[in-house]
Design a binder for this molecule. Sequence first.
Ligand SMILES: Cc1cc2nc3c(=O)[nH]c(=O)nc-3n(C[C@H](O)[C@H](O)[C@H](O)COP(=O)(O)O)c2cc1C
Ligand code: SF4
Ligand code: SF4
Length: 636
Amino acid sequence: MNSSSIVAETFAKLQQKSRTAWQSLRDRPLILVGTATCGRAAGALEILKVIKEELEKHGIDAQVLEVGCMGHCYAEPLVTVYKPGFPPISYGYVTEGIAGRLVQDFLGGDDPCLEFALAALETNDMVPALTDFPRGMIEKPIILDKCGLIDPEQIEHYIALGGYAAQARALTREPEWVVEEIKASGLRGRGGAGFPTGRKWETCRLAPGEKKYVICNADEGDPGAFMDRAILESNPHEVLEGLAIAAYAVGARQGYFYIRAEYPLAVERVKKAIEQARQAGLLGTNILGSGFSFDVDVFQGSGAFVCGEETALIASMEGEPGLPRHRPPFPATAGLRGRPTVINNVKTLAYVPHIIERGAQWFRETGTAGSPGTAVFALAGKVINTGLAEVPMGTTLRQLVYDVGSGIPKGKSFKAVQIGGPSGGCLPEAALDMPIDFDSLSQAGAMMGSGGMVILDEDDCMVEIARFFLDFTQKESCGKCTMCRLGTRQMLDILEAITKGQGKPGDIELLLELAEDVKAGSLCGLGKTAPNPVLSTIRYFRDEYEAHIKERRCPALMCQELIAYYILPEKCERSCDACVGSCPVEAIYTNEDRVKVIDQQKCVKCASCLEACPPQYKAVVKLSPPELVAERGRKV
Ligand SMILES: Cc1cc2nc3c(=O)[nH]c(=O)nc-3n(C[C@H](O)[C@H](O)[C@H](O)COP(=O)(O)O)c2cc1C
Ligand code: SF4
Ligand code: SF4
């Protein structure tokens, strides 16, 4: 038997065993509880405990599995029930009481408790399915397809649903074929820059040297981003398989996951996945009898944003301070310990098995010509349905915010979206119909980045948002380059002054000038992109900067030093004392007309009175500039 047949036969046996284990799950009712970090934060571990206790108490025979994140983080804790005779149904916002009802009434009886159902996972005539909602019609899960549906700690589940078949397939072909297939697919790196993955692999494959490495970059330090964490917690084998295929393609025998230590669950689940893959013969010496050997270790990063930059990441793995290095040489020719090294993002690697299994052409059928495939976004901020979404490249921002995210909460209006993290930019309402892909985003002054998307509403001040992101990059600058270290500090000082009403004429021009200097004088992507949030907010929201500088006014009523709280005498219901009791500094007094008045000298602008004032009165308002209070007072 030649080695290809041995690989095929060995893998077929493994697949058969896994399928049998997977099928056996369906012999009796099955309950899936999402226990990724988003689920745990919402109390999923308590729900899991209640479900197990209730099953025991009522003597019900059912399997309970811990699964990862389905992307519906807004509705966690999330529980999915498979019961013969019913479609699989997911339940959201599950409380201990609902968990008890699901066990007693649904599993113990035949009431599927549809009042708590989020959606069915398959089309049926009983409950609307996920795909019946606008969101379901837009989403196209490729790399999230198994997330939340399999136990990430059981390799059999992944294999039974097609996992590791791509690795087995790749091992029966030449490494060059694998490189060509990835090149033909047009896959671009999902770590931020969108560099063609096949070209990177080819460079590494052709680089001279016996020893080569592959690294999965799971540093994910952008505020608002949590896609990579969710994937590693929900389906680590998919990424591990991608890494093993990359290793085979470039000729590496050792790989690493670089995961930030603040992601303990991801670290734990990846370590378990590596161990299980070793035991199954999918890692280690002579994988599946192919003659190819490859093993993987986990390296935990200490949480510096700059260590996600590939050369800083390598430095930190070598035991050096995590400082970026000059490129070229690029890691693909001289990376870890000076050896050719492929570094890819979690999502990039997760696509690889799908492309090898279904073909480059299949991948190109989704997305745009320049950005094939899908994009995974983490929706955060002022959006109703926060969580993960995987949509074809070319989907518009409007579809993402309104169809996937269900719009802006509390009836507020959309203002902007900060896309691509601190390296990205803020896009205004006028950009809502722009298709999202690598090229259109950079033309609009933003960046795909790693997929973090923070939605902003009318209450968000764009100067303050720019200040927030610059404050982040300024603090995370490693300090190696003068312009990144000091130029960002100067820009931050100017922004801070503007948000405090101390802006000066010419500040906007100075910011624009400094931004160019910082970009030009920075070695790595951190400094080169740090000015982006400032540049994009000036480009699209210049009037807000001008209002701060010229009128000492914050149009969004967000900048503390430019606002004052004020009680409208005509709306104050004089016998109501709600605001008085809420004030932590006793700044509210009753005047001779029994109207409540705020002592502006004492007020610490905590907003408690605004929240305490009953909605039928809405007497407490914010005014900007604060001088308006005196003006109003004179009119009373
Ligand atoms: C400051 C900075 C932080 C970065 N952080 C990450 C990160 O957390 N994850 C990541 O995959 N790439 C990050 N990158 C990009 C990496 O340098 C590198 O381009 C990427 O890992 C390559 O993978 P890809 O080709 O699959 O996109 C960062 C870049 C910079 C400049
Ligand atoms: S640009 Fe900033 S973060 Fe990057 S190397 Fe220079 S100082 Fe360090
Ligand atoms: S904003 Fe806070 S401190 Fe000021 S009056 Fe209202 S409750 Fe008191």
